[in-house]
Ligand binder design. Sequence first.
Ligand SMILES: *[C@@H]1O[C@H](CO)[C@@H](O)[C@H](O)[C@H]1NC(C)=O
Length: 498
Amino acid sequence: MARAASLFSLSLLLCLMPLVAGYSISTLLETTVPLAGDGHSNGGASNGRELYYFSLKHRDAPNSPFLQRYSSRHELLQTVLQRDEERAKSFLEHIVQRRARQATGMVTEKGFVAMDSGSPPDPRSQQTGDAGVLLPPAGAGEYYTELYVGTPRQLQVAMVDLGSDVVWLGEAPSRLQKRRIDGDAVNSHFYPSSSSSFTPIPARSEPCLTVDGIHVCGNAKSCRVLVGTEDHYTGALEFAYEDIRLNRTHHHKGSVMANIMITISKTPIPTGGVLGLGLGKTSFATQMGSNHIANKFAYCLSDTDEPSGSSLVFNAGEDDPHLEFTPLVTHPHITTFHFVNLIAITVNNIKLPIPSKVLQLHNQGEGGTIIDMSTRFSRFPKSAFDHIMKAFKSHIDLPTILVPGFHLCYSMANSDILRVPSLTLVFQNNARMRLPMENLFVSASEQGDVMCLAMVPTSPGTPTVIGSTQQQNFLMVVDRGRSRVGFAPRQCASLPNL
Ligand SMILES: *[C@@H]1O[C@H](CO)[C@@H](O)[C@H](O)[C@H]1NC(C)=O
């Protein structure tokens, strides 16, 4: 078996996991640490709860550690389109893999794949897995945050990702371990041996068993889980508890330490770290919820050209009177992603003739609509996209121009203003997201004389994705406690205090 061979080449021994009773990850809010000079700390409570504020920065913002040099805006956009495409494929791969594992009974009640080189899976374990996404989907990260992790603190960059279920830090190569740690130098590597609060989780311990995936046993003392696909495992993640500092408000009126299950990996990932906000058991958002710190969060993304002003706030948002809510939809195979039910699209208040099955989530787990922060441009099934394009074309009287990767672009050479019809995404419960011009078209040239529709068609089977351009200047609320997502128009940059 190819699978067995690849496992043996890693010299790992896998163990059969017993079914264990459910319990929550034992994360605690430990100490309250007022920052120097702060007398009091009640900087912005919402419903009697503290707000925890994360400042988000865009990967293409000045000073971003991810900033790349592009010869032109055109080249930058090509890279973005490519990244979005890979991410969409990666969503589908995660779903298809999970479906295949469930069909073969390889996933147990707790989501473990029970394997011991060749013996058939235990029939008792043929249950639906509740498996999380440990390997962040490709392209994870349009927005990042800077976190203080460990004792003494180490400043880490982490991509904020609605589609991942881990707090992932890249472990520094061991030969660098002795280097002096400067707590305020941004580092994409974490040095666990330099942190006194780093607490490995023992293999087979209860917290370890909450982690979905194939556990490495053998003589491993710490909790380790394989990542990669069943044909090709690319490495192992090690799970531990570590302290992460949470800022109380954007004014930094004090902060608290939260003891969070994190994972470190010697396999570098291009994003540095990942702060996963997925719906799976080991994501940062789930841990915040299961420890009664916050079971909801809000985010607000300002324009990508805006260096600051985007934010992620736990325990915030629900008091905006303009919020419209739509339920989160349970996917038959995967828990991680934020699926919602997009039921219609209107252009200038006229409903496009898209058959409802085109936008639906299918029984086999294909289709459906994901709210994502790490995809730049929304993606729609081809037939829905064609209707959108047709409607726009009939309303816009400007010369079109071809730009690779995009499907509808206008030359603005002889006009200063682009007048576009309004487009509204209508979600279940009649929650309407009316997109203004800036969320619909993107400038595709340095001079700003080419404007392209900031949406693309998807390949068959891949989910519809609502991307970050479409969510800009909306307050987005993920209310996990009530299993719903809300949104309301909001100028994110001028209103950092959610
Ligand atoms: C918390 O506040 C500090 C100090 O201003 C800042 O450097 C850090 O990035 C903030 N953390 C987050 C997650 O926004």
